[in-house]
Each structure stands twice: as C-alpha cells, then as structure tokens.
Design a protein around this ligand. Structure first.
Ligand SMILES: *Cc1c(COP(=O)(O)O)cnc(C)c1O
Length: 420
C-alpha cells in the first residue's frame, strides 16, 4: 500500500516549468481545491512559434476576447504584449474598456459590431472600431466631434464570403471614402475574415483572398492609400503563409488549442491551461449500486470510487457523462455516472490506494511524455463541442493560478486578483 502510494505524483505542473514552487504554493493554498493552472511560459512558447511562422515584418495581434478564451484577458494580454505581441482584439466594448482600465495602452480592436449607444465609451477608451457602412463612419465621426476627442482609429471590414460582418466588395470604395472624408476618423486597417481557413479544401479560402485582393486593388485604383491589411485567424495563419499580409489575428492557437479537431498544432505549441483538483471523498460502490442522479452507471462488482469537486457549473460539461477520464495516482480513472452541477465521481483505478486530498488531473497540458490526462480539446470533442467553446465557458468560480518561470505569479478567483 505505501509502495503504491509513493507513485502518486504531487499536484504540480510538468517539471519543465519548475514544479517545486507550484507544489509548495498549492501545499499552503487556502482556496478551492479545483483550480485552472495557466502556464505563462507555454503562452510565451506559443507566441514565439507563431512569430517564427509569420516572420519579422508581419505584426501579431492577439485575440483575447471572452476573457482571453477563458484564460484571463488582463493577465494574458499583458504577458502577450511583453512577449512579442503587437496589438490586441476583443469582441465587445466592455472587454476593451476592461483592458484599458487595467492600464493596457496597446492598440485594441473591437472586432464585433457595436451599438450606437456604445460609441462614446469606445471613443473615450481609445478603442479601434470596425467600420462596415458609410453611415456608421459618419455617426462615429459626429460622436468624436461632439465629445471633442482625438480622431478614432478604424478598420474597414470587407465581407469576402463569411457573410457575417463587413461591407460588400461593391461598397468598399464608398465606405473607404466615407472614412477618409472625416478628419475625426483615422483609417488604420483593411480587413476581412476567412470562413473555411481550417477546412482541408482550401478552395474557398483562396477565393476569399482573391476577393480581398480585388477590393484592395479597387481602393488603390480609386486613389486611396490602403492601410494595414489583415485577414487570417489561427488556422489561416498556420496554413496560408502567403495570406499573412501586414498583420495576423490569432486567438485559439495562442492558448495552444486547435482551430479544428483535425488540425494538430505543431510542436512546441501546447495547451496553456490545465485543470487540477483533489479527491474530496473515497467510498465503496457495492455491486449493483448506481452512482449519482439517474443511476446511469451501475457497478458490476464492488469497486472503490472517488469524489472530485468539479461540475457543469465550472464549465465541465454535463455531456461528458460516460465520455471521459481523469488521472489519479498516475493512472486513468474513468468518470462514472453523470456530471452534476458541482461534483463528479470517478472509479479508483485497480491496485492503488487513494485518499481524500490526493491530486487529480482533470484536464492536462498535452505535453509530450505528459500527464496522460485529456486536454481541453479532448474534453471538448468528448462533450460534442470544440475547444473554443469549452475554454470560454470555464466559470469564474474556477480559480486561475498563473505560473511563470516555475513560480506562481498571480491568482484570480471570485474574491479578486492577488499578486503573489
Ligand atoms: C475570433 C476571431 C479571430 C480569432 O480566431 P481564432 O480562430 O481563435 O484564431 C480572428 N478574427 C476575427 C474577426 C474573430 O472574430
């Protein structure tokens, strides 16, 4: 029994990040046992790889919408800007203001449409906005004049086939003229968005790129000076080097998650976030008895089960029921019965002794020779969704612990953020 227990690893990040400090931090951690660990060194490595892919003359914009894809927008943004990222994008004005309030001065592009009621706040925060109509350009300029602000930076978006946002290619010259005719606006970007960048069939991505290039030519023919061009997301950036233009907008790959389940990221890119917990209870499940609501799992023979405090309220989807495993004592422990709001039950692997307080890996970081736990991308596919959705739905009540250089540098939980 003791011999087997000694194989139980401490709750740590992989050794490459210098686990010692995290282990000692967690040994005295007074917060919730279930935590997300965010490895900022892995974020640095992912950025460095992307910088290598795009080369020195292309700018790297980090997409940190939806709370930095669940990783924590402020800390991710600051770390990214200090490690090779040139600009940021978020989806909403509130998200942009949150970054400004945290003291971030870099360019922040709001990539989604905004309400007329939000214009003043966006202008005051110095956020860059996407313009898709002449009317929006005029309204925005009027607002800049009304409040006496400096010219508002804008990116013109042309819809080349995504059919979500942007002006039609036919309107691109008139919208550009509406921008440049307004001294209250600063035309700083020319963008589009690819609908099928992750599709093995590259035909439509190529078609969109040629529509984009045609729009740029039309603007030049009209005598307009076209600013920074950008059209690729993570998949487009990794798959189409010739479409990088002046800037790339990378989200999911920064976090080491896949743009598409079929698209593995090149080494050394790897997930930044892992989820750890500790066993809350160990109990016997007698043969014939069921586990949890609905008794969807019944033991055939007597077995030992462990309670882990994570549930769908943490963003661990209920659709993982019957679909995944955790790692307990270095071994695979299958999830038994339903995922409930706050708690899940796993089988204690044969032949090991597990006690309350023992570490559990719920989502691993996918490192080579790593922890053997499913990654967020794995969990997403088991749950019938994509890594994007799983990551952004990780709840605020899941404390985020940030490590850098093997040390814990910040903690963010429901009680606020503490520098460590
Ligand atoms: C979210 C988003 C991105 C980033 O996409 P990833 O696939 O996460 O890299 C880029 N551009 C636009 C317009 C977006 O909405």
């Amino acid at each position: 029994m003791t011999a087997v227990r000694s194989r139980t690893p401490p709750i740590t990040a992989p050794p490459r990040t210098g686990a010692g400090d995290l282990a000692s931090f967690l040994a005295t951690w007074s917060g919730r046992p279930t935590v997300a660990i965010i490895d900022l060194d892995q974020l640095t490595a992912n950025i460095a790889h992307l910088r290598g892919v795009i080369g020195p003359s292309v700018r790297l914009l980090a997409v940190v919408k939806a709370n930095g894809y669940g990783h924590g927008a402020v800390i991710v943004a600051r770390h990214a800007l200090a490690n090779g990222v040139d600009a940021l994008a978020v989806a909403t004005v509130d998200e942009g203001v949150q970054l400004r309030d945290a003291g971030i001065v870099a360019e922040i592009l709001i990539i989604g449409p905004i309400g007329a009621n939000e214009r003043e706040r966006a202008i005051r925060a110095g956020l860059s906005l996407v313009v898709a109509t002449a009317g929006f350009a005029a309204g925005l300029a009027k607002e800049v004049r009304r409040i006496g602000a400096t010219p508002a930076p804008v990116h013109l978006k042309v819809d080349t086939g995504m059919h979500r946002f942007g002006c039609t290619p036919e309107d691109v010259v008139s919208v550009a003229r509406a921008i440049v005719s307004q001294p209250a606006l600063l035309w700083t970007g020319m963008m589009s968005h690819l609908a099928t960048a992750d599709d093995p069939d590259t035909t439509f991505a190529r078609e969109q790129a040629s529509r984009f290039d045609a729009a740029v030519s039309a603007l030049r023919t009209a005598g307009l000076d076209v600013p920074t061009q950008h059209l690729t997301n993570s998949a487009g950036t990794l798959r189409f080097p010739d479409l990088h233009r002046d800037l790339v907008r990378v989200g999911i790959a920064l976090y080491g998650l896949r743009p598409d389940p079929a698209m593995a990221l090149p080494s050394p890119m790897a997930p930044v976030l892992s989820i750890r917990s500790r066993v809350a209870r160990v109990s016997k499940l007698p043969a014939g008895e069921g586990v949890n609501y609905g008794q969807t799992y019944r033991a055939i023979a007597d077995e030992s089960v462990a309670l882990v405090p994570i549930g769908y309220a943490d963003g661990y989807p209920r659709t993982l029921t019957g679909q995944t495993t955790m790692v307990l004592g270095g071994r695979t422990a299958p999830l038994l019965g339903r995922v409930t709001m706050d708690q899940a039950v796993v089988r204690v692997p044969e032949g090991i002794d597990v006690r309350p307080g023992d570490p559990v890996i719920i989502a691993g970081n996918g490192a080579a020779g790593g922890d053997g736990a499913p990654t967020l991308d794995d969990l997403a596919s088991f749950a019938g969704t994509i890594g994007y959705e799983l990551a952004v739905r990780l709840a605020a009540r899941l404390p985020r612990i940030y490590i850098e250089g093997g040390r814990v540098v910040a903690v963010d939980d429901l009680t606020g953020r503490q520098a460590v």
